[in-house]
Design a protein around this ligand. Structure first.
Ligand code: HEC
Length: 137
């Protein structure tokens, strides 16, 4: 009985350590993506591209990220909080390439990958639109 209790305690300690490690990794923000940083945005940042991005945004993204990108769209699939795309805080990196990869590959069970719904040109247009509503540099 004594032995069994000890094993139980050891198991609890193990679970605790694994969770603590996981949380520590999760807390390391922002998660930079060096590969994505190398991507060059091939879409010129002009009115036409931003307008195309805006249309895509309204169709695919506004339900969660809100009509103006403040993250107040109200929808979330897995209970996450949609990111405010108008602030200068980027949890997955702030370069065009990192934002592109976050949209293309997704980052969570709320923020899903869009590579099957949108082509690369459309994702770059979204990047240009998001830039246009973000803080001016
Ligand atoms: C079902 C809700 C939902 C939809 C639809 C959605 N997102 Fe998200 N998005 C989220 C959530 C939640 C997060 C925060 C993820 C996290 O940090 O765990 C997020 C994060 C992001 C990020 C990362 C922001 C940062 O701080 O680094 C970008 C960029 C983004 N979304 C863009 C888009 C674009 C563009 C679309 C449309 C093509 C879109 N999202 C559609 C819920 C959504």
């Amino acid at each position: 009985m004594y032995l069994r209790n000890n094993r139980y305690v050891a198991l609890i300690v193990c679970i605790f350590l694994v969770s603590a490690g996981w949380l520590a990794i999760q807390a390391q923000e922002p998660r930079r993506n060096p590969e994505a940083q190398k991507l060059k945005n091939p879409e010129a940042t002009n009115g036409e591209s931003i307008e195309a991005g805006k249309k895509l945004y309204q169709r695919y993204c506004a339900s969660c990220h809100g009509p103006t990108g403040k993250g107040d769209g109200g929808m979330a699939l897995a209970g996450g909080t949609p990111a405010d795309l108008t602030d200068d805080t980027w949890d997955y990196g702030s370069t065009d390439g990192e934002i592109f990869v976050a949209i293309r590959d997704g980052v969570s069970s709320d923020m899903l990958a869009y590579k099957d719904k949108l082509n690369e040109k459309q994702i770059w247009q979204l990047v240009n639109f998001i830039r246009s509503i973000g803080p001016k540099k």
